[in-house]
Ligand binder design. Structure first.
Ligand code: UT7
Length: 332
């Protein structure tokens, strides 16, 4: 029997309407547009402001667009993985909620949290499920409402993050395509440099956790910056080397959008021209699990079936890695 591969047959994304600009942030904390642009590359970010709306609502919009684009009936979907660090609630999984809202009644669903690497980890996991030959349509989502956990009095983090969701469709193919190779890494010793400590089983919500602002994201940016550059660069170069690929064999570099300076440095180390690096940090900021699928959605018109892409990310945990992907033919 021919080996089954997981072809990527569609992508769609969603960002909320409300735009929070650097000028807006200047009125909220001691910062300025010039610092934010030169240190991060961010000009604005989209924020889900509507009361009662959560990560699942953005994921639903991305998934509905994906189903329409690929001509897929929701009842055909076998499985949904939602990469996220801002699930609607601790349980049930956001993927379950999305499936219910969209009518994907035959899908089994779960969330995967690997911080900013959640989409990469989810895509690899889903690809292996598809390779088992048991599934015909799997949806992989990367979605986050970081504004729910950002401290808008902390200038070192509040300027960085935005909200959004992206989703891709995987379908079986007998041709080698989809995820061709990957290196994924984890190192829990980095847990004190990037975290949201309150609200879990270690520090359940209490007066003290609220007073100490432990439900917000904390990052030692300077240290994380160095690990991020090293982690993305090393895995990227290793994946290229062991597949005998040069930059000319890769059409697009798709990096996690945490900082424009990290992106430029990683591209330079891989000798990759910036014209073939996907960028959306300027308009969306760091959308965590959504950065990579949103990039794929933004550049969709420029990606052709058969193009090779290198996806790379680094996030809290630490968690990081690089994936070599071949873009598939569009669904129906
Ligand atoms: O997505 C998950 C993984 N995360 C990352 O990869 C993020 C990695 N880190 C970064 O991208 C960068 O470290 C940041 C963008 C977070 C910060 O940039 P930086 O160039 O590392 O700045 P810094 O933290 O070293 O701060 C430099 C100065 C400090 O002032 P002093 O101590 O030099 O007087 C900060 O207090 O800039 C100050 N500063 C600000 N000034 C104006 C920090 N935040 C701001 C701000 N506006 N928003």
């Amino acid at each position: 029997m021919a080996r089954i591969h997981a072809a990527i047959t569609g992508v769609h994304g969603y960002v909320p309407d409300f735009v929070l600009t650097n000028a807006d942030l200047e009125k909220m904390v001691d910062t300025n547009d010039e610092w934010i642009r030169t240190r991060t590359g961010i000009k604005e970010r989209h924020i889900l402001k509507e009361p009662g709306k959560a990560t699942s609502d953005m994921a639903v919009e991305a998934v509905k667009g994906l189903l329409e684009k690929t001509g897929t009936d929701p009842m055909e979907v076998d499985m949904v993985i939602c990469g996220t660090v801002t699930a609607d609630m601790h349980f049930p999984d956001t993927a379950n909620i999305v499936a219910d809202k969209v009518g994907m009644k035959n899908a089994f669903c779960f969330d995967l949290n690997a911080a900013c690497s959640s989409f990469l980890f989810s895509l690899v996991t889903a690809s292996h499920y598809m390779e088992s030959g048991r599934y015909k349509k799997i949806i992989v989502i990367g979605a986050d409402k970081l504004s729910a956990v950002v401290d808008y009095t902390d200038r070192s983090t509040c300027i960085l993050f935005g909200d959004g969701a992206g989703a891709v469709m995987l379908e079986p193919s007998e041709q080698p395509t989809g995820v061709l190779d990957y290196i994924l890494k984890s190192d829990g010793s980095g847990r004190d440099l990037l975290y949201q400590k309150g609200g879990g089983s270690l520090y359940p919500c209490s007066k003290e956790t609220l007073e100490k602002r432990m439900h917000y994201i904390y990052q030692d940016g300077r240290k994380v910056f160095k690990y991020a550059v090293e982690g993305m660069k090393n895995t990227l170069l290793e994946v290229m080397k062991r597949n005998n690929l040069t930059k000319d064999d890769i059409k697009w570099l798709v990096p996690h959008q945490a900082n424009m300076r990290i992106i430029e440095y990683v591209a330079k180390m891989a000798d990759f021209p910036m014209e073939r690096v996907m960028i959306n940090i300027d308009k969306y900021g760091n959308t965590t699990s959504a950065t990579i699928p949103l990039c794929l959605w933004n550049y969709e018109d420029q990606i052709k079936p058969g193009d090779k892409l290198l996806l790379t990310a680094f996030g809290g945990g630490f968690s990081w890695g690089s994936i070599l992907v071949e873009w598939g033919k569009p669904g129906k």
